[in-house]
Write a protein that binds this ligand. Structure first.
Ligand SMILES: [Mg+2]
Length: 381
C-alpha cells in the first residue's frame, strides 16, 4: 500500500482537516491545526506531504521520526501540529488496514467508557450557575470554567473574590459528587496565580489548569509545592521532552493535545512517561471530531487516564459544531457524562467529505482575540 494523495481543508469554526488517500482506496483523516494559525499549519502539511507521497502508510513510527527530526530544525507548535494531524490519519489508515480500532492497536481497551467534561462560561465567565445546571441536565458529572476573563496580572482583592465567588457558585450547583475544573489560561503572574489558588483551594476543584504560562515553567515546582489544588498543564507543550520538566515539577494532570503534541504516537508515549510520575492524562481537546476521536482512542488504551475535554457547544463553535462534519454521531453520543467505546476500525469517525469540501471553499480566518488592559497595554488572552 502506498500514499497517493494528501489534502487539507480549512473549515469553520477554526479547524483544519487532513485527508490521506492510499492506492488501495483506504482513506485516513487527521486534524492538524494550531488555532489561529491554520494556514501556516496547512503549508507545513503540504511540505511534509512531499516526503510522504509514495511511501507505505503503515510505517507510522518511521514516518514520525523523519517528519519530526528529518528537517534539522525541530519542534514548535506548527511542525508538531502538522505531524500530529498526519500521524492521526496514518493510525486511521492502519486501523482500517488491520480491521481494528486504534485502541486495539495500542494494546487493547483498559476501559469501556471515558468520562468527559463540558465547558461553561466561555472566555468571560458570567452566567455560571445557569450553564452548570444545564450541563448537569445533559448528564455531565464534570464541567470546566475559565477562572477569569481579562484580568490584572496581579489581581486585586475584588478580582480574586470575583473568581472565588464564581467557582463557589459552580460548586454549589454541582454539589460534592460532581467536579469543577478551573482553567487559569496563563492569564496571571506566578504571584497572582498563587493568590487565586489559595482562594479556590477550599472549593476542592478537580484541577487548576495552566496556572502559569509555559515560559514560566521553571517556577512551576514552587507553585505546585505551595498548593493543595491538583495542577494541570500541557496544551502548549508539544513533545515528551517538553513534558518531562513539568512532570518533574509535580503536576497532577498532563494535558497534551492530540492535534498539537505529535498525534496519537507521541501522546501515547507522553502518557507512559506521565505514569512514571503518578500523573494522570486529560487530553486537551477544544477542537473537532477527529481530534476528539483520537483522544478517545488513546483514553480507551491508557491506564493512567483521568477525564476528556470535548468541544460540543463550546464558545468557539459558533459557525459549526462538533458534529457538523460527521455522518455517524454514535461515537460522540455522551450518556451519563461518558463517551462509550466503539469497535469501528481506525479512528471510528465517518467524515462527511462533501460537507468538508464545501466548507473549505469559504475558508475561515479565525484569529485569537487580542486583549488589552485599561491602560492600553497588552493583556494575556
Ligand atoms: Mg486550557
Amino acid at each position: 500500500m502506498k500514499i497517493v494523495r494528501i489534502e487539507t481543508f480549512q473549515i469553520p469554526p477554526r479547524w483544519l482537516f487532513c485527508r490521506i488517500e492510499t492506492d488501495d482506496g483506504i482513506v485516513g483523516w487527521g486534524e492538524p491545526v494550531v488555532e489561529g494559525r491554520a494556514e501556516v499549519v496547512r503549508t507545513a502539511v503540504d511540505t511534509l506531504a512531499e516526503y510522504l507521497v509514495g511511501q507505505d502508510p503503515l510505517r507510522i513510527q518511521d514516518h514520525w521520526q523523519v517528519l519530526t527530526k528529518g528537517g534539522f530544525y525541530r519542534g514548535g507548535p506548527v511542525l508538531s501540529s502538522a505531524v500530529a494531524g498526519i500521524d492521526q490519519a496514518l493510525w486511521d489508515i492502519a486501523g482500517q488496514a488491520y480491521g481494528a480500532p486504534v485502541h486495539a492497536l495500542l494494546g487493547g481497551p483498559v476501559r469501556d467508557s471515558v468520562r468527559v467534561y463540558a465547558w461553561v462560561g466561555g472566555d468571560e465567565p458570567a452566567q455560571v450557575a445557569e450553564e452548570v445546571a444545564a450541563q448537569i441536565e445533559h448528564g455531565f458529572t464534570a464541567v470546566k470554567m475559565n477562572a477569569s476573563g481579562r484580568v490584572s496580572p496581579l489581581p486585586g482583592p475584588a478580582e480574586v473574590d470575583d473568581i472565588v465567588q464564581r467557582v463557589a457558585t459552580a460548586r454549589e450547583v454541582l454539589g460534592p459528587e460532581r467536579d469543577v475544573a478551573v482553567d487559569f489560561h496563563g492569564r496571571f503572574t506566578p504571584a497572582g496565580a498563587r493568590q487565586v489558588l489559595d482562594g479556590i483551594a477550599p472549593l476542592r476543584p478537580l484541577f487548576a489548569e495552566e496556572p502559569l504560562l509555559p515560559e514560566h515553567g521553571h517556577l512551576l515546582p514552587r507553585l505546585v509545592e505551595g498548593t493543595s489544588v491538583p495542577v494541570a498543564t500541557g496544551e502548549r507543550l508539544y513533545s515528551r521532552w517538553e513534558f518531562l520538566p513539568v512532570l518533574q515539577a509535580g503536576i497532577a494532570v498532563a494535558q497534551p493535545d492530540l492535534s498539537h503534541a505529535g498525534g496519537i504516537s507521541e501522546v501515547h508515549r507522553i502518557a507512559s512517561l506521565a505514569d512514571t510520575f503518578g500523573v494522570l492524562l486529560a487530553p486537551h481537546c477544544p477542537l473537532g471530531p477527529i481530534a476528539l476521536a483520537c483522544s478517545l482512542q488513546v483514553a480507551f488504551a491508557t491506564p493512567n487516564f483521568l477525564i476528556q475535554e470535548q468541544s460540543r457547544g463550546i464558545h468557539y463553535n459558533r459557525s459549526a459544531d462538533l458534529l457538523s462534519y460527521v455522518l455517524d454521531q454514535e461515537p460522540f453520543r455522551f450518556t451519563d457524562g461518558h463517551a462509550h467505546r466503539t469497535t469501528l476500525p481506525g479512528l471510528g469517525v465517518r467524515v462527511d467529505e462533501a460537507a468538508v469540501r464545501k466548507a473549505d471553499s469559504s475558508a475561515h480566518r479565525w484569529r485569537n482575540p487580542v486583549w488589552r488592559h485599561d491602560d492600553g497595554s497588552f493583556a494575556e488572552w
